[in-house]
Design a protein around this ligand. Structure first.
Ligand code: 7PJ
Length: 275
């Protein structure tokens, strides 16, 4: 499966890594179209910041931010559109607006989320988070992060299947930075291949995250090269969707991974002896 690039489109005044530069419908649409030009396969539209300490918005406000942007991008582009939300009202209105993917950092834990999405042919990304955005970085704690997060995702996948979601519509995501210390994020990146045992597409979001800030001691606007290294490490281990603010750079880096993988595939096929 070719690696897909998901471009991040924040429609929030307080999103941490672009300083709310795109906080208006018009600006958001323009930025979304730019990400498409850069080669994004998916645009992920989010109206709620999940940064610790971020200002809370109502579901109605979140809809006012994201729905016009989703409608415009559906009309003006051919790429898939995703909505980054934890809230059922936003999911419902985004589905009405034609969204293709529901990307939920709480893995559809809101009451009514699973029954809603099971009624529609949308893809679902189930992400792991320890705690809630407000408190998740207070004291992240795991015995074995990789094992525990795989087990959590297996349970959420099972619940989705029981609620009637089709297996081919489910993606998983270990949730880098969501209730994780540096050592947990490193364990996940080092052990990402283990997530392929679920047999589902793996999405990773590493772009500009604080784990790179800790490794480099650099602010968010100086983490591009580190984020590319992270994306390459993830893709080599089987990540198939990479969520990023920097579409063009990430696309080029992952084209190299793709070419090496295709070479390995050809060589493996050539070495198979005819029956
Ligand atoms: C992620 C996300 C991620 C998925 C955010 C940020 C924080 N959705 N939404 N995975 N991160 N699926 O972009 O730094 O890692 S918001």
């Amino acid at each position: 499966m070719p690696i897909k690039i998901m471009g991040v489109l924040n429609v929030t005044p307080d999103s941490f890594s672009d300083g709310g530069k795109y906080f208006s419908t018009e600006k958001a649409i323009a930025h979304g179209l730019r990400l498409v030009d850069e080669g994004a396969d998916i645009i992920d539209v989010g109206g709620e910041s999940t940064r610790p300490g971020a200002v809370q918005v109502s579901e109605e406000q979140e809809c006012e931010r994201v729905i016009p942007v989703i409608r415009a991008l559906k009309k003006q582009t051919n790429v898939s559109i995703s909505v980054d939300t934890r809230h059922v009202l936003v999911m419902k209105e985004a589905i009405n607006a034609g969204v293709d993917i529901i990307n939920d950092v709480s893995a559809l834990s809101a009451q009514g989320a699973m029954p809603l999405v099971s009624q529609h042919p949308v893809k679902i990304c189930l992400m792991h988070m320890q705690g809630t955005p407000e408190v998740m970085q207070n004291a992240p704690d795991y015995q074995d992060a990789v094992k525990e997060i795989i087990s959590y995702l297996k349970d959420r996948v099972k619940a989705c299947l029981q609620a009637g979601v089709k297996k081919e519509n489910i993606w998983i995501d270990p949730g880098f930075g969501f209730g994780k210390k540096l050592e947990h994020n490193l364990a996940l990146l080092a052990g990402l291949k283990e997530f392929t045992q679920l047999g589902l597409p793996i999405l990773v979001g590493l772009s500009r995250k604080s784990m790179f800030g800790e490794i480099l001691n650099k602010p968010v606007d100086q983490r591009l090269y580190a984020s590319l290294a992270g994306a390459v490490i993830a893709a080599l281990q089987g990540a198939t969707i990479v969520r990023t603010h920097d579409v063009l750079a990430t696309k080029d880096a992952l084209a190299v991974v793709q070419a090496v993988k295709a070479f390995e595939q050809r060589r493996a096929e050539a070495n198979v002896l005819p029956a």
